[in-house]
Design a protein around this ligand. Structure first.
Ligand SMILES: [Zn+2]
Length: 448
């Protein structure tokens, strides 16, 4: 059995490896591997191939497998006798860029500014691939634990085939602990382990008041337009204070940690006069209470609008739901609320748009002990246990496929990483610290 690498040696080794890891990350970011339909699917093939190359050069046996045409990368390093096995997860696909003109640099040309690397996928989640490869390289490909790797290519499209995939390849991926490197840290330089995730339900609500558009001057007054009805309906989703008004949705308490309103306002770029909505602690509202957002409205654009009463209008409504809330029941509550609040007898059609379950992780056991120790060593601070307001549907799939494994949700991003938005970025020091934490985790898990 390989002798234990002391923390100092791993730290030096990873600092030496950083130029290489950064080159790998940049190569991945240059590939526009957007998994949303309508984008060139051959880019997913390119990003899978680039991912495989990085992992192979780190010392893994690798292969690319496809499910429903979407390529995923599998890798492995056999466990030394008696050692535990760890499954490392990341995804090589990315979100679309959104409005290109809002980016300050080309999303697919990695650009460094103030110690951060900007580009689509730098934090979500191409850094996950690089952290896994770096942690393995730090051990020269001879990790003190067995390693299984799974890098999927359709996470940003909701991992529609993941359950099927885990069914087919589950035996190859079986592990004692699973590192899902697709969350983030509490803030740059302050490690965090995500232990709760909200779920999501969404629906489209369509309002119809007329068979066809009519003159707004001639008939306006007694005849309602659909857009006004839609606006009145949507306005009932919150009470006066901004609390979600859909009844029967679970609520809980979260650790307030040290987040202040001031820091949150800065993280999200909130305009000065705008007030936070809802009641209760800020982390309660972000992680353990429901949240409702209107994601989009189909109605005439201003440039196409005329003096007509709009006959129909449609909105997409999303509701985040905390751990403990059943997703199907939440969907029904949302639909019931909308139906009950449509004014003036207007016609309403509600179409569910899918659901993701909330999830709570155990946050304890030997894998957590090892990760807490590793993060403390790598960052110089104890990690905090945090929630995530967002939904990662695959966590429930992994929990179901590997009921005995401990799931750890990590990541090198921070609240300023702007995942899914413009100017996505990654703190390069945190890339190094996160890689060191994972390399140390292998050590500490193998020899507690
Ligand atoms: Zn992600």
């Amino acid at each position: 059995m390989k002798t234990r690498a002391p923390a100092g040696a791993l730290r030096d080794r990873i600092s030496e490896l950083m130029p290489e890891l950064r080159t790998d990350l940049e190569a991945l970011v240059r590939i526009p591997s957007i998994s949303h339909p309508g984008h060139d699917p051959s880019q997913l093939g390119r990003s899978a191939a680039a991912t495989e190359k990085i992992l192979r050069s780190a010392g893994c046996d690798t292969k690319i497998v496809e499910i429903e045409g979407v390529p995923a990368v599998l890798g492995q390093i056999r466990a030394p006798a008696g050692a535990p096995t760890v499954l490392l997860y990341a995804h090589h696909d990315v979100q679309p860029t959104g409005a290109r003109e809002l980016w300050h640099s080309d999303p697919f040309e990695p650009t460094e500014k103030n110690g951060r690397l900007f580009g689509r996928g730098t934090s979500d989640d191409k850094c996950g691939v690089v952290i896994h490869a770096g942690a393995i390289r730090a051990h020269d490909g001879q990790t003190p634990v067995g390693v299984r790797i799974f890098v999927e290519g359709e996470e940003e499209w909701g991992s529609p085939n993941l359950a099927k995939f885990l069914e087919r390849y589950g035996d190859e991926l079986r592990a004692d602990a699973v590192i899902l490197a697709d969350s983030g840290n509490w803030r740059a330089g302050q490690p965090g382990l995500t232990i709760s995730l909200r779920g999501i339900v969404a629906c489209d609500v369509e309002i119809r008041t007329l068979d066809h558009a009519v003159h707004s001057g001639e008939f306006g007054g007694p005849v309602p337009d659909a857009l006004t009805v839609l606006a009145k309906t949507l306005a009932t989703l919150h009470d006066e204070k901004g609390n979600v008004a859909v009844s029967g949705i679970a609520k809980g308490k979260a650790d307030p940690l040290d987040l202040t309103e001031e820091e949150l306002r800065e993280q999200v770029g909130m305009r000065p006069g705008v007030r936070l909505i809802g009641e209760g602690g800020i982390t309660d509202r972000m992680w353990m209470k429901p949240a409702v957002s209107i994601l989009g409205i189909d109605a005439p654009r201003l440039t196409e609008s005329t003096n007509q009463l709009v006959p129909s209008a449609k909105a997409r409504v999303s509701m985040r739901i905390p751990p403990g809330q059943d997703a199907d029941a939440a969907m029904k509550a949302l639909a019931d609320h909308l139906r009950a609040h449509v004014p003036w007898g207007a016609e309403v059609t509600i179409t569910p748009r899918g659901a993701g379950k909330p999830y709570k992780l155990a946050g304890e056991g030997s894998a957590y002990d090892a990760m807490r120790r590793a993060m403390k060593e790598a960052f110089g601070r104890d990690p905090v246990f945090m929630g995530a307001g967002g939904t990662i549907p695959f966590v429930a799939d992994f929990a179901k496929a590997f009921p005995k494994a401990t799931l750890l949700l990590t990541g090198a991003g921070d609240p300023f990483s702007n995942a899914h938005s413009e100017d996505e970025s990654l703190d390069l020091k945190d890339l190094e610290r996160s890689t060191l934490a994972e390399a140390l985790f292998f050590e500490y898990l193998a020899a507690p």
